[in-house]
Structure formats: C-alpha cells, structure tokens
Design a protein around this ligand. Sequence first.
Ligand code: PLP
Length: 389
Amino acid sequence: MIFPKKPFTKSKIDRILRKELQQDLSFRSGKIIGSMCSDPPAFCSRIFRRYIGKNLGDPGLCPGTAKIEQQAVEMLGSLLGNPHAAGVFTTGGTEANILALLTAKKLSPSNRREVILSDCAHFSFIKAAEMMDLKLIFIPHKEDFSIDVEAAAAAITENTLALIGIAGTTGTGAVDDIPALGALAEKHGVYLHTDAAFGGFVLPFLEKAGFPSKPFDFSIPGVSSVTIDPHKMGRGVTPGGCILYRSAEIAERAAFPVSYLSGGKTKHLTLVGTRSGAAVLADWAQIVRLGESGYVKIVKKSMLLAHSLAERLNQIDGIRCVKEPELNVVAFCSTKTDNEILSKRLRAKGWALSFFGEYLRIVVMPHVTEKAVRCFLRDLRKITETENA
Ligand code: PLP
C-alpha cells in the first residue's frame, strides 16, 4: 500500500478495518488459551478511551496523571513488600527487564558484563544483552523448571554484573528459588533482578486463594528490582508493565535527565519518551477497583481451573503435563508424537496456544473458561486418538 494522495472516507476506513481484522483471533472466542494477556474489563477500557491523549513522556503537561502513576507505583511497591519502592510504568515486561539490566550496568562499579539467568528466562534478556553488549550465562533448569542455584553460584565470577530470578517462567510458570539467589547476590555484591512479569499479580494472592506461594519480592534481601506487568494477570490494559527499584536512590541513578519539557527539567525512567498516560490511569483504576480481595478471587478461579486442566490432560493417553502447575500456567507434551505437529493440529482446529519445543503451554487467564477447556480437551483427545490408532 502506498501513502494515500487523497483522504479515505470514514466509512471506507471502517470497512477496511472490519474486513482485515476478521482474521484476528478474539479473546471472546475462547480459543486464545496460550496468551498471558486478556481483554481488559469494560470499565478499564472506558477509562483508557476517556484519557487516550495523556502523554506521560511530558509529565509537566499532566501532573495529575503523573501523581496517579506515583500512587500506582506505591501500591505495587507495597504489594511487593516495599512501600518505599520507586519506579515507573513501562510498555511491558520487555522494557522493564531491559531497564533492570541497564540500571545494573549504571550501578556497577566496574565494567562487568556477565548476567546469570535460567535457560527458561524470557527472550527480553537476549534483546537487552544485544543492546548493551552483555554476556548471558544460561544455567540449566532443574526438573521443576526452576534455576539450578548451585550451578548459578558456580558461575559467579568477578565479571558478574547481575543475577536474574524468575517468579513465573514464561513456559511453565516455575518460580526460581529467589531467597537463595538473594543470598548469593548479597554475598558477592551483585545486582539481583526478579522478573515477576507474570507471577507478580499471582504469587501475592496465592495463599489467600488456598494455594502454596513462594517468596520472590523485595521482602528478600538482595533483590534490587522487580518487573511486574499489569497487562498480564493485573487485568489491566496493554501496554502496561512496571519496573520497581528497591529505593529512590537506585531509581535516581537509573533516571535519564531531560531538560526541555513543559514542566522544566525532568527525568525519564523509561526507555521510551512519549508514553501512554491512559494505560497507567486504566491500570491504577483496575488495581483500586479489584483490591486484594478481587485479585484473590481471580487467582483462585484461574488456579482451580489450571489444576483441574492438568489433571484431565494427564488422563489422556499420550499426553503428559511436564510440571504440576505452580501458577496458572499448564505445560504439557505428547509422549507419542512430535510436539510441533501436535501444536499445528491444534492450531488447525482454531486453538491458539504456545509451542516451546519440548512442550506446549496453556495460560489459564481469567478469560479461559471451563467450557473452553472442555472443548479444547475434546479436540485434543480426538487428535491423540487418531495418532494412537
Ligand atoms: N518476562 C516474562 C516472565 C514473560 O513471561 C514475559 C512475556 O511473556 C515478559 C517478561 C515480557 O513481557 P512483554 O511481552 O510484556 O514485554
């Protein structure tokens, strides 16, 4: 398509978009069972639409919005065991993880370049390493898909810049032993970042929902920063991530000064300049609308369904869950067929789930219903029966 010489009519634009977007999958169809995002609730979308023009890249233009962002950061800090945490909303977990490593680099007394992380870490760290010329030292995961802490300890050298702990891996929802990583970080004086992009809005509510939880946040000495994503289990709007630092001093070191904006000299904590204030306002609204009891309810429902799904998957001949769900993530594999072929057959039946090589992943987000799970299992049984025949 070339740049148009003359304007399109509104009805033509509507027509084109309606037609083209027909091929997109919708959360309402029930068939998106492999995404860590959902449609935000109508209330949240309304707030997003109402304040769509707010730009937090120039906070002097919208001090009210900036104040609400500050409140949202404080609420997330208190959720994660540190009401004094400082930070900023980002476009998502990727930006937050890149910022964490950039901050580690800024704080590092020397030119250290090595980052130790699990081989289950999200690919945002690969992007960060390429941008900053860092060397990633991948540590093999244990049987439960958490990092092998002993191997991580053995990999620490005088060149180690940072350790990464994951509170809810992308593939299986495994939670690393972050207290043990915290002890290593303290002992060796290295930066520890927790990537709780997914688990940050699940783990704090698990116990009240009746499930075991694990420590992962600022309550652990040695954790310098945490990624938490409102646009995942926070039930907020996209784009909605957040990076939190243990203290205002760390955030201060992480900041980029900007001299010319409308409020006078200011600082950016993000990689991006212009950024959505509407998303932050909608996320703030969602957090206060749900509160702890609302999130506990959501987490309980998703966890109950995740466990019941895992149980039913294990009953299918030729299918095996690779791990008991720790969070509302269910990873399974075929014991008889190639997983990629299985994933393609499921896609041919309209199911959108993620393929990780050794296994497939379902994320039991709040939009995933018992009815959708039943339909999915019926299709999966049909596929495996044909293959087993
Ligand atoms: N960290 C983890 C553990 C994730 O699972 C993801 C995304 O799935 C990310 C970071 C990146 O988040 P985003 O897609 O919001 O950039």
